[in-house]
Design a protein around this ligand. Structure first.
Ligand code: PGA
Length: 337
């Protein structure tokens, strides 16, 4: 193992992450034969096969799995070291890897602009994907920090409440239900419905509410994107339930409207999460502090807007100050939805 180089480990980790020599070569701007050669040399240095190839698919061997874990720990440590040195020089510098669920893309990227201006030495990589994929990334320790609405059940995490993320029923603005108040859930169940894809946290929360009331939805189609669902609603394909933030930036004469339905909004919150025991890098800590302050400010602005416009606020879901405290123990968890 002494002959292995850092470069070989980086190449190997990329192949393991993509499960593909070709994609790793693309990511690293190398040719595929170079990637294969590096992995071959590393395999020789380890003295055991790192991958099994069955047909066209690559599988990590047990030795490969162990080496991926070691690589990630090593790269994390090296990143931390670089950031410590930068910090000693009085600079906030380094790489910030964020993994956020789809609804968080309506606020995290907007906060990143001012953050990157304030800390020009920080490079940010942002992965936006659904709940299930974020859980996979969390399990594989691929990012520094995650933003999600539902806490993982199979892993102990430290989490901090960032902002409310209510789910609401959306309809085309000219829908007959748009003028009605206190619409029963049964009425929504009888309408054609557009559902998020399996693996989505939104879908899970919607399903849980309707299961609780022993109702089934008339799902016309599954779509893997909030934006596509909004288009489908506007096109008259049905109703849907999405985060209020997906329409928060729409102009007042939008083609969509929020229906006044019993049991809505479904109260949810965005949490910033990282695995218990993970030592946050200086850069990740800096972003987390920033996120919590900005999140609070956004929550305060929302609360003010609600007081000015009580008609559109069906419930006061604004969190109180102590909701923003650190939570580290599973017993502190809010109920899963
Ligand atoms: P989703 O998550 O993109 O997986 O639906 C959104 C959310 O949980 O708020």
């Amino acid at each position: 193992m002494k002959q292995a180089t850092l470069h070989q480990l980086k190449v190997f980790e990329a192949v393991a992450r993509h499960n593909s020599f070709t994609r790793a070569a693309e990511e690293l701007f190398l040719t595929q034969p170079t990637v294969s050669m590096q992995v071959k040399q590393l395999t020789k240095a380890v003295g055991m096969p790192l991958f099994d190839q069955v047909g066209k698919r690559l599988y990590l061997t047990q030795a490969g799995e162990e080496l991926v874990k070691t690589c990630r720990e090593l790269f994390d440590k090296l990143d931390q070291f670089e950031m410590t040195i930068a910090d000693l020089k009085g600079l906030k510098q380094g790489r910030l890897r964020l993994g956020v669920i789809t609804t968080a893309k309506y606020f995290v990227p907007r906060l990143l602009g001012p953050f990157c201006k304030r800390y020009p030495g920080i490079d940010v990589s942002l992965q936006v994907t659904n709940h299930e994929h974020i859980l996979n990334r969390l399990n594989e320790n691929l990012d520094d920090l995650y933003v999600m609405s539902q806490l993982p059940e199979s892993m102990e995490v430290t989490y901090k409440l960032v902002l409310e993320n209510p789910l609401v029923v959306l309809a085309p603005a000219n829908h007959p239900l748009a003028q009605e108040k206190n619409i029963p859930l049964e009425r929504i169940a009888s309408e054609p419905f557009i559902m998020r894809e399996p693996g989505s946290g939104t879908r899970k929360a919607v399903q849980a509410l309707f299961d609780e009331h022993k109702l089934s939805l008339k799902v016309q189609l599954d779509l893997g994107s909030n934006e596509a669902i909004k288009q489908a609603i506007a096109g008259g394909l049905g109703l849907s339930i999405l985060s209020l933030h997906t329409v928060a930036l729409e102009v007042p004469n939008s083609q969509l409207t929020v229906l006044d339905v019993q049991h809505f909004p479904i109260e949810r919150y965005w949490y910033a999460i990282y695995p218990n025991g993970k030592q946050l890098s200086i850069v990740a800590r800096t972003f987390l502090d920033y996120l919590l302050i900005e999140g609070k400010q956004l929550a305060e602005q929302t609360a003010k807007r609600k007081m000015a416009d009580p008609v559109s606020s069906s419930k006061n879901t604004t969190p109180s100050a102590e909701d923003f405290e650190d939570r580290e123990h599973p017993a502190d968890r809010p109920p899963a939805n």
